[in-house]
Design a protein around this ligand. Structure first.
Ligand code: PMP
Length: 443
């Protein structure tokens, strides 16, 4: 069924929320708004029939789906979804580019940042994961995901402001329901550790890039890195510095977005910043392969000087899925579940941290939780991989699947679907307790 929007309204959304290239490169003076397709035939919203002699350009090889099929019968789905997704972001983040994965979204963001700024160098945080394509592998800073191929030209890393593993502590600065046990010397709301990490970023500018950069990428909370959180003002101060150096700030929300952090819909909102670009994937489609970059009209305009095109980015099925995901998040209150169950889990896990010598740190926000395992609390040496595997395996044998992360594989990651219950949390807590207990007995 056609959504009933007027052509004028659709063109208005295109101008506001879609790749401006679409407005420039149209094949017709008056674009055709396709409503239905069947075999080699297409119908526009006014019921006019066209013989399609171009769909065979790699996309449709055996004919369009019959009119009753959902995939082809809804006109303007990309516009409708783009407008809806953009409505979840603060101004001036309004222009949506749809992709098929997170790597593809970050690839695109790299390109746009370079074109917009005229600079080439990009800085990321050590321990981050931003993708596995040859370009994004350069942003990713975790040896496990690196291959010996040419990658990372123009990509530089800076020290990750990890308040647990880093040398400067940072406990009272952290935006988390539980705290680590090593204070950094914060005084009157001023975080000393933050100063040190910002100092490291300044040193990166002084030593490793030609002073001016294209972009700074950061996950609001590191995902693959193991739910690593930064001192409270780190992103705010880093963004300021990056902008002074001509760069744009990019928040990779592939893991933190769509309400996972509980307190906010986007992870960056917990840092009191507004990025110039936001990249997203994974949760955007609840398992369906899709991703997105959302940016400002200004950056989109710089990018529209060339033609950017993505065959399956924004396809009708992906848009329908993405739209339903946003509806379910709202209807089921999953952001609130993230906050409630996540806070409960972390509070209870912190008790286990106090009980066991090998649990070094519990952290995170909402349902993005990391439990960092150590040989002992005093040394903070990482628990070796064999020990991690033993515990991991035991937890699985007792019926629960969790994840592992961190550059040394020393962090258990708990990032469940956001529909879990308090009972599920209790089940996990009991089993985690048992698995650690079992390991301590064997050791
Ligand atoms: N960014 C982050 C933060 C990720 O965690 C991932 C995937 N682990 C990606 C980007 C890349 O996404 P994809 O696997 O869809 O390419």
């Amino acid at each position: 069924e056609y959504t009933g929007m007027s052509k004028e309204r659709i063109m208005e959304i295109r101008r506001q929320n879609c790749n401006p290239m679409i407005m420039k490169v149209t094949y017709y003076k008056k674009p055709v708004l396709i409503h239905q397709g069947y075999m080699q035939w297409l119908w526009d919203v006014d019921g006019r029939r066209y013989l399609d002699l171009f769909a065979g350009v790699a996309t449709v090889s055996v004919g369009s789906l019959p009119p009753e099929s959902d995939g082809s019968s809804r006109a303007a789905v990309e516009e409708i979804y783009s407008e809806k997704l953009a409505s979840y972001l603060p101004d001036p983040l309004k222009v949506v580019y749809l992709t098929n994965s997170g790597s593809e979204a970050n690839d695109l963001a790299m390109l746009m940042a370079r074109l917009h700024t005229g600079n080439f160098d990009i800085i990321t945080l050590r321990g981050s994961y931003h993708g596995g394509s040859p370009q994004t592998m350069g942003l990713t800073s975790n040896a496990a995901y690196k291959y010996p191929i040419a990658n990372g030209l123009g990509c530089t890393t800076t020290m990750c402001p990890d308040v647990f593993r880093g040398p400067w502590g940072g406990s009272h600065c952290r935006d988390s329901p539980v705290q680590t046990t090593r204070p950094c010397g914060c005084a009157q709301g001023h975080c000393m550790a933050n100063d040190q990490y910002i100092g490291q970023l300044k040193e990166t500018f002084a030593t490793s890039v030609p002073s001016r950069i294209a972009a700074f990428f950061g996950e609001p909370i590191q995902g693959v890195g193991g739910a690593v959180q930064y001192p409270k003002n780190y992103l705010k101060d880093a963004y300021k510095l990056v902008r002074e150096k001509g760069g744009v700030c990019i928040a990779d929300e592939v893991q933190t977005g769509f309400g996972r952090t509980g307190s906010h819909f986007w992870g960056f909102q917990g840092h009191d910043v507004i990025p110039d670009m936001v990249t997203m994937a994974k949760g955007i489609g609840n398992g369906f392969p899709m991703g997105a970059v959302v940016t400002t009209p200004e950056i989109a305009a710089a990018f529209a000087k060339g033609v950017h095109f993505n065959t399956f980015g924004g396809n009708p099925v992906a848009c329908a899925v993405g739209s339903s995901v946003l509806d379910v998040i709202k209807k089921d209150g999953t952001q609130q579940i993230s906050l409630d169950v996540g806070t409960y889990l972390m509070t209870e896990l912190a008790k286990l941290r106090d009980k066991y010598e090998i649990i070094g740190d519990v952290r995170g926000k909402g349902l993005q939780i990391g439990v960092e395992m150590v040989k002992d609390k005093a040394s903070r040496d990482t628990l070796p991989p064999e020990a991690m595997s033993e515990i991991f395996e035991d937890i699985k044998d007792m019926g629960i699947l969790i994840g592992k992360g961190g550059v040394y594989g020393q962090i258990f990651r708990i990032q469940p679907p956001m529909c879990i219950t308090m009972e599920d949390a209790d089940f996990f807590l009991a089993i985690f307790d048992k698995a650690i207990h079992n390991y301590m007995e064997r050791r």
